[in-house]
Write a protein that binds this ligand. Structure first.
Ligand SMILES: [Zn+2]
Length: 257
């Protein structure tokens, strides 16, 4: 899957101050993808940003690098107590410092199938970036994958929207992940197995042909005729491949007259 970089020098972001991110927060943009793109690079925007945006057709845009904090989940310290996400209480600091944010194009969280699949991929991709960058891993569960409303229930109760597919998202994220490399390896093994199968089938077919010769093969006819004429054999039908080959060799060596 491709991520297209859209952020510019006006996109809001700040250092993480040494805090390693380990929480993913889902948002709804309440607008189109192009308005999201424009807003996050607008010099007039001094208030918000997000790391990623997922369009309804499945495209993924990036505005802020994961090793910097986006301005997506900020709340004053006085509102920490109202957050329903446990991690806000456990961390007790600006949530932007330890979160990565995904915006979704739309209004009520009713994601398209392409958008859902891209979002699932992106959640796993973010986890991988964090693992590769900071050697920190975390499960994609209800503690580490949130909606904006769980951090800011006061101002953002409808983000990412009442129709956001939470149950399906958690269920899908809990399924074992097959990475690109692993998938290539599996496909290569499958191809090798199919080639082996074709070879085995060819051998079986050859063996069956040998064991069930319906009559005298054309190439052995002359040798069989000579063997019968010489009184060497009296029942030429129903021989095996090896029997006919043996007669043919004798004939070529001139031993059948
Ligand atoms: Zn939000």
């Amino acid at each position: 899957m491709d991520i297209v970089w859209k952020g510019n020098q006006h996109t809001n972001s700040s250092p993480r101050n040494g805090i390693v991110p380990f929480v993913i927060v889902n948002h709804i943009s309440t607008g189109t993808m192009s308005s999201m793109d424009n807003w996050f690079i607008d010099p007039g925007n001094q208030v918000s940003s997000a790391h990623f945006g997922v369009a309804r057709d499945g495209r993924i845009h990036q505005y802020v690098a994961v090793d910097r904090m986006a301005w997506a989940n900020g709340i004053p310290q006085s509102q920490f107590a109202r957050a329903t996400a446990q991690v806000v209480h456990d961390m007790n600091m600006n949530p932007n410092l330890y979160t990565v944010s995904i915006e979704h194009e739309g209004t009520n969280g009713d994601l398209t199938e392409a958008q859902f699949q891209s979002s699932v991929w992106l959640h796993r991709h973010i986890r991988k970036i964090i693992r590769d960058t900071w050697q920190r891993d975390f499960p994609l569960d209800t503690y580490h994958v949130l909606g904006h409303y769980q951090i800011n229930p006061v101002q953002k109760p409808d983000c990412p929207g009442p129709k956001f597919p939470w149950a399906r998202l958690y269920q899908t994220l809990a399924e074992p992940e097959i990475g690109d490399e692993e998938m290539e390896e599996l496909l290569a093994r499958l191809t090798a197995l199919e080639a082996q199968k074709a070879q085995l089938e060819a051998r079986v077919a050859a063996l069956e042909a040998v064991e069930h010769l319906p009559g005298i093969p054309e190439w052995a006819q002359e040798a069989v005729n000579k063997a019968v004429a010489q009184g060497l054999i009296d029942t030429p039908q129903g021989g095996s491949f090896d029997f006919y080959r043996f007669l043919t060799i004798l004939n070529r060596k001139g031993l059948l007259g």
